[in-house]
Design a protein around this ligand. Sequence first.
Ligand code: ARG
Length: 573
Amino acid sequence: MSTSVYSRYRAAFAQALAGALGVPAADIEPQVKPADPAHGDLSFATFPLAKAQKKAPPAIAAQLAQALQVPGLEVKAVGPYVNARFLPLPFTQEVIDGVRLAGLAYGSDAEDGKGKTVVIDYSSPNIAKPIGFHHIRTTFLGHCIANLYRALGWRVEGINYLGDWGKQFGLVAVGFQEFGKEELREDMAHLVQVYVQANKRAGEDPAFDEKAREFFRRMEAGDTEAMKLWNQFRETSLKGFKRVYARMGIDFEHIEGESRYQGKMDAVIDQIAKKPGVKESQGAIIVDMPYADGEPPVLLKKNDGSTLYATRDLAAAEDRHARFNFDKSLYVVAQDQALHFRQVFRTLKEMGQPWADKCVHVPFGRIHGMSTRKGQVVELDQVLDEAKERVLQRVKENVAQGNLETTDAEALSEQIGLGAIVFGDLKHNRASDYTFDWDEVTSLEGHTGPYLQYAHARSANVLRKGGGVPTAYDPALLTLPEEQALVRELMRLPDTVKAAAEQYEPSLVARLLLDVAAAYSRYYTAGNKDRDKRILVEGNDAVRAARLALTDATRITLAAGLTLLGIPTPENM
Ligand code: ARG
């Protein structure tokens, strides 16, 4: 088991405390918390012991601290707490060597999820419908969560579950006859326009709406003509989506969709009919189970016999379990769909599926105010285009002023633009809504992707200037407070990756990277005031080598973390 440096020390401290107290270490470990940095690294509060020992907590703490001997830790009582501080050695070396040995795999732990499988449903845009803000968030969040689980050794089955079935195809198909331009049949934006127009028309004109329904009914019946048209539309959209995914470096294990369950839904409905049962309600078929007051029932078939989103999700859940025998099945989908997933999972449970509890809706909040210069349509591709364009101006200025050397300003701007948008999203707690701001996300300062990419490039640059990464160094020379603080930030990545995966919360990694960058920046700028603190200090090769080793570990930590988030790491910017 590759445990983190931090958890090894915590375990050793807990073990020693447990020995002194005569209790199992497992009872103590959860009570060992990070200390107030002024007083140490680990802290154990003695309040809970006061009653049994009939002693004041500070006295208990003092006595325990006296009794403990833990290699690598300096143990001290501070009031009612027993605190432990990592001694500079071997701690500093363990962290730096651990990072450098792991390289880009730093933070990963292949043993953690060995033999386990997670299914992750993410991105899942709707074909021929406008792409919404929620597809942007699910794409970034899902991609990162997939990366986190892969890093932890899980088998990841990422599924892009396209919304490629339903009445919207009827709308596009009959809409196309009315408003379509034949020569734009393969133009995704045009299809979306047609959909928007047809949707509006259907709201005003029941006969038109009925035609669209009729078209979808033909699709569900497997009508060859209807399916041919559907397939064309699907291919056109998919081509557009694939280009955006390639741009973002996203690769799904499976791109499939709701249409996969065409013709397979009656089997699921039959199964539900056995347990818990189905019943008719206003001509429609619904799941027969208890509903809360005012809760809409789970619809399996409309009164015209067509199936619904829930019907397909039930079929899909069964299918995923049969195919992957998952330990977890995640649905990274907007908070708006919370009721839908609660109901789907509850239906599975009522059906007696023991794995229903392994299905998890991973919801997220809204983005406000995201629009591009071209208009209100929130197309991911357009958002990335605009980010690149905004960055490109700055990159060109910097090149002109001699502040930046790059042979390919376009490619670099694409990388920075992507970093801006992805980080601008992932730094927020998944559950919270946020307001998107172009200037904020693309800024080189503050809590942004470009700032982190810059911190990474700066560390790479220091290494280049310092003649590359040192092979041998003496960790005992890293005694500056700025250095010790930085090492402590680098230490956190492995545990943060675990917490982020467990909580489906990429923002934990995002925020850690900001802390790493800030600690490196304080270190770097300390050298501006005090020459002796310079990383590339003159006249002391041994100190310089040690500082370069720490810089190398910093660069690796930033690169590993950014890569997990799905953000490119240019070496120069
Ligand atoms: N296509 C749906 C939408 O855009 C999201 C699908 C999410 N996944 C699922 N299994 N329902 O809202």
